[in-house]
Design a protein around this ligand. Structure first.
Ligand code: THU
Length: 131
């Protein structure tokens, strides 16, 4: 069931705009309706203005009317483990619960390891804190 997510992340990765780092990242997220949204990282000549693949992906999910992230796949360069950065873990947390799976894959789409959001961002601060 996660293969569609991995395929989407791999296809999105090809669109990465990474002239500076050359580090291509692709991400895909499933919403509460089962739909898959994907995105790549987009760097900028003013370096801090670039953003992560997960940010592009969350934007697509929200603008398509999604309200929850139920599953995530991400891949960077080569076979090295590429987990979402700290900031992206928090951004995912806004729309996901601790048990949401995050599949980390090679650039070819082979699964390396699956984490839960709770493992990557324990004891997190989330929307419930402001409810
Ligand atoms: N990057 C992502 O797109 N997602 C992550 O979670 C890790 C880092 C991007 C940002 C930048 O374009 C490049 O990878 C190198 O940091």
């Amino acid at each position: 069931m996660m293969q569609d997510l991995i395929d989407a992340a791999k296809a999105a990765r090809a669109f990465a705009h990474v002239p500076y780092s050359k580090f291509y990242v692709g991400a895909a997220m499933r919403d509460e309706k089962g739909r898959v949204h994907a995105g790549a990282n987009i760097e900028n000549a003013a370096y801090p203005q670039g953003w992560c693949a997960e940010c592009t992906t969350i934007g697509h999910l929200i603008m398509a009317g999604g309200t929850k992230i139920t599953e995530v796949a991400v891949m960077g360069n080569g076979d090295a483990l590429c987990t979402p950065c700290g900031g992206c873990r928090q951004k995912i947390r806004e729309f996901a619960s601790d048990d949401v799976k995050i599949h980390c894959c090679t650039e070819e789409g082979k699964l390396i390891r699956t984490f839960t959001l709770g493992e990557l961002l324990p004891s997190s601060f989330g929307p419930e804190n402001l409810a």
